[in-house]
Design a protein. Structure first.
Length: 439
């Protein structure tokens, strides 16, 4: 093991020994190198005369650029756009995102969490998390109705086991009984479990209520108290897009991050969906857990392992993308602009609910609960979803996503409000076409 990894591990053990039990073998061996990067950082501070350390080209004291490249970049200097960013992410953006995290999650008041490390979107954040914390045959507990890429990230790439439960109960709420049963069953077999918490949920568009949130926390705390190490991973990709008053408008991360030393809370979020900049690929990974000693030093060790993982994978995330997001967050009207876009999505969600209240659809499908995010799902009663998907695509030019045997996902986020009724009428027509074809 590299001596730098040993140093980080020693810091982590002194702060919370259970964290060492949770780290993957890769995670235990990760470190942030002190080679070229650290020497370049020292030179940046002290080499006031000549600096021949960093692997970029410079001209007349500035980064060498092509004029036609910079012609497409407005308001950002070359040093803010085309040069390398740190593997941890731009420091100012990391600090600003943490400030915003506390503002959006009042329960974090008085609780210490790490400085977010920048990832190349939340998908990369999930993959980085898996490298640092999951070994082959570790278990990840999540609903059967899930984002399909979890299988690729956790099962295919890391060979972890996916342990699934039914998302909804018979009354249309979060299935607390199934969740608890799955968590306790896996905890009986293992010293460490990983619980994925995705709200607003993809694909259902469901966010738990305050009551459901408190029960989830009670279940996790109870299991941790029995001696099981639990890593909770909050995939908060659609955070902030909440459309009903009774639902939890904070991340579960903020409620879990300081309640028990055997409970590590990991938050994955980003500007991708929250700020409507999907292709900029700016995400964050943040840690929260009870620690002994100086929280900042222990979190720094976790951040260094995480940044080391990024350094050994993609080196660093786009400087240009990070600068754009940071500049946006610091600009006047940022919050008001976000609120205006969220209001549009809320209107669409409520239009979906209004349209689907029409009893003419009742024989064709049931509607899964939804109250947030980008999506909602219907469960077809008489037709297989893939056959219907292909039929309405070929015959009517309407595209939806087929999930499993009978579920269809509708991304109302990309459908104008005035087109929502037409969309569902076409889906209904497609159902009737296929029903008649089988008579």
């Amino acid at each position: 093991m590299n001596p730098l990894a040993r140093e980080l591990n020693k810091v982590i053990v002194e702060g919370n020994p259970y964290l060492m039990e949770m780290l993957s073998e890769i995670g235990k061996n990760l470190f942030f190198p002190k080679g070229i990067l650290s020497q370049s950082a020292e030179a940046k501070q002290k080499a006031h005369r000549l600096n021949g350390t960093i692997g970029i080209a410079k001209e007349e004291g500035h980064a060498m650029v092509l004029p036609n490249i910079m012609a497409s970049i407005s308001g950002l200097a070359p040093e803010e756009s085309v040069t390398y960013a740190p593997s941890f992410g731009i420091p100012a953006l990391r600090r600003q995102w943490r400030i915003a995290m506390y503002e959006k999650n009042p329960s974090l008041a008085g609780r210490e969490v790490s400085l977010p490390v920048v990832t190349n979107g939340i998908t990369h954040g999930l993959s980085t998390f898996a490298d640092v914390w999951l070994d082959p045959d570790d278990v990840v507990i999540l609903p059967e109705m899930m984002w399909g890429n979890y299988n690729m990230i956790f099962s295919v790439r890391k060979h972890a086991q996916l342990s699934k439960y039914e998302l909804f109960n018979e009354t249309g709420g979060f299935n607390l009984e199934a969740f608890e049963a799955q968590v306790r069953a896996e905890a009986e077999k293992r010293d460490k479990i990983c619980v994925l918490l995705n709200f607003p949920q993809n694909p259902s568009g469901y966010t738990i209520t305050e009551t459901e949130a408190m029960r989830i926390i009670d279940i996790l705390l109870s299991v941790a108290e029995t001696g099981t190490n639990i890593i909770t991973v909050s995939d908060d990709a659609y955070f902030g897009l909440f459309y009903e008053p009774e639902i939890l408008t904070e991340s579960l991360f903020s409620r879990i991050c300081s309640i028990h030393p055997r409970l590590l809370a990991v938050k994955l979020d980003g500007a991708t969906k929250e700020d409507y900049v999907w292709g900029l690929r700016v995400g964050f990974i943040t840690y929260g857990c009870p620690l002994k000693g100086d929280d900042a030093i222990i979190y720094d060790a976790l951040e260094r392992k995480t940044a080391g993982c990024i350094r050994g994978n993609i080196s660093n995330c786009s400087h240009l993308s990070q600068s754009i997001v940071f500049k946006s967050m610091k600009s006047p009207g940022y919050s008001e602009q976000k609120a205006a876009k969220s209001a549009i999505l809320m209107e669409r969600a409520r239009e979906v609910r209004s349209v689907l209240s029409d009893p003419k659809y009742n024989d064709a499908w049931d509607v899964y609960p939804f109250n947030s995010g980008y999506f909602m799902c219907i469960r077809l009663k008489t037709i297989e979803s893939e056959k219907l998907r292909l039929h309405i695509l070929d015959e009517y030019g309407v595209g939806l996503i087929s999930l499993g045997a009978h579920d269809l996902r509708v991304a109302f986020s990309c459908i104008e409000k005035e087109n929502i009724r037409e969309l569902f009428d076409i889906v209904l027509k497609g159902v009737k076409d296929l029903e008649q074809a089988t008579v």
